[in-house]
Design a protein around this ligand. Structure first.
Ligand code: ATP
Ligand code: MG
Length: 449
């Protein structure tokens, strides 16, 4: 509760710029973003997590000590500036602070200035150079990254609110596991007291174990995949929003995938329009994602469309990014691909009882060339079918004994999906690369900083 906690800081730059303190004296705590001026007057742009404001300090008013401390403060010095809020149409944001006192909190050594300079940023041209990635811990406080992190926070909040409003229960699975979910080639092996364990690729198998207890469950958690090729949409550690629902068909699970993505778009419009526009995102596009029903086509139809466009593809292949990208050109909202061939998907996908060449599954592809953001479907739920599917795959089954067990005691139809949160943030913010939207991106070449 805000008003029962005595807060060390209770005035925010964003509120000042919103006109809540016009002509009042306020104490602003933050960091110096830019500074210029002469030996008599300084113009300092102060930023905090909510915005920025120009502050003006004069030697006459401040006295030599305080004026000089302000004058010597370089970019990223943390300060407490007290002053009077002036309404000024010429000032960015419509307000300016006339400084009446200066307190330096965390100085910056002028011999070691803040390395993220305007020129380093413009060299990166909205993308991310190795230099900016090496200095990620400092890059986080630049306005582009701050904006991404705010959008990201809103997306996480929207996922929680979507599921909680529908009475889903949040449920946690272990991150150390013994078996693969998505195939052995992207498993991260970790030494585990003389044995081998793996970092989890997905929450799903452990969620299915709790499905008979909770019936409607979800999570947002990291998943780990040893993706060797570096692409604009793969991380080795990504945030995975997953859901599992008892008794549900593929069609019902898809309704939730669509509902969730539209709820995320709608929440962003409500909470982050300014941020999206500052990134150059057209809000009409986001509105369309929030309001328009998502079309559905079958895998076979997708293959037909690709072949018509002259793409070389054989029936039975999984669709990689290059192919998804071409498919997305036909749509201006997210669209589902359903009913993949069994040979393209792992054992847990339920075979279509009407045609056993196919499984009852779906991927949701984001438009504008972004491609897959959700993978989901019905699960193989009867004991004999799961045994058969595991046998067809031919791998070791020890690690899945618990999973088989869950089918032996009252198996029921069920399904779920996994949504790549970073991919959704990347698409909705219009980023060029998934790295741009996660604070410390991990890929095959980088675990630092
Ligand atoms: P892809 O074919 O693009 O590698 P996938 O089919 O392996 O993805 P799923 O196993 O279906 O992915 O995972 C569910 C969702 O998790 C995907 O739709 C995607 O949004 C996200 N995802 C999967 N792998 C990654 C990754 N390496 N980095 C970021 N997000 C990922
Ligand atoms: Mg998939």
């Amino acid at each position: 509760m805000r008003d029962t906690i005595e807060m060390a800081k209770d005035i925010w730059v964003g509120d000042v710029q919103a006109g809540k303190y016009d002509n009042e004296t306020v104490e602003l705590k933050g960091w110096i973003k830019r500074a210029r001026g002469s030996n008599k007057i300084r113009f300092v742009v102060l930023r905090d997590s909510t915005g920025e404001i120009q502050c003006v300090g004069k030697r006459d008013a401040l006295g030599d000590d305080e004026f000089d401390s302000l004058k010597n403060s370089i970019i990223e010095t943390s300060v407490i500036l007290t002053g009077v809020v002036n309404v000024d149409d010429r000032a960015s944001g419509g307000h300016e602070l006339t400084i009446t006192s200066v307190e330096i909190v965390g100085p910056v050594n002028p011999e070691k200035p803040f390395p993220i300079t305007e020129s380093a940023m413009s060299a990166a041209d909205g993308g991310e150079t190795e230099f900016l990635l090496d200095n990620r811990h400092l890059y986080l406080r630049t306005s582009r990254m701050t904006t991404m992190l705010k959008i990201r926070s809103t997306v996480f909040g929207a996922i929680h609110s979507y599921f909680r409003n529908l009475d889903f229960l949040e449920y946690q699975a272990p991150n150390f596991v013994a078996g693969a979910v998505e195939g052995g080639s992207t498993l991260f092996e970790v030494p585990y007291f003389g044995k081998k364990a793996y970092l989890t690729q997905s929450w799903q198998l452990y969620a299915e174990a709790a499905m008979p207890a909770l019936e409607r469950l979800y999570t947002i958690a990291p998943s780990f995949r040893a993706e060797k090729s570096r692409t604009r949409r793969h991380l080795t550690e990504f945030w995975h929003a997953e859901m599992e629902i008892a008794w549900a068909s593929n069609a019902e699970v898809m309704e939730h995938g669509e509902g969730l993505v539209r709820h995320i778009a709608k929440t962003l419009l409500e909470e982050r329009s300014t941020e999206l526009e500052s990134l150059g995102r057209n809000l009409d596009d986001i509105r369309r994602f929030a309001d328009t029903p998502f079309p559905r086509i079958s895998y076979d139809e997708a293959v037909r469309r690709l072949q018509e466009k002259g793409v070389e593809i054989e029936w039975g292949e999984d669709l990689d990014y290059s192919k998804e990208k071409i498919l997305t050109q036909d749509f201006d909202v997210p669209h589902f691909l359903t009913n993949y061939p069994k040979i393209a998907k792992p054992f847990y996908h339920r075979v279509n009882p009407e045609d056993d060449k196919y499984v009852l599954c779906h991927d949701l592809l984001a438009p504008e060339g972004y491609g897959e953001i959700i993978g989901g479907g019905e699960r193989t739920w009867s004991e004999h079918e799961i045994l058969q599917r595991l046998e067809e795959e031919g791998g070791p089954t020890d690690a899945y004994q618990f999973y088989i067990d869950t089918r032996s005691y009252g198996g029921v139809p069920h399904g779920g999906f996994g949504l790549g949160v970073d991919r959704v943030v990347s698409w909705l913010s219009g980023a060029d690369h998934i790295r741009e939207v996660i604070p410390f991106p991990r890929d095959s070449r980088r675990v630092t900083p």
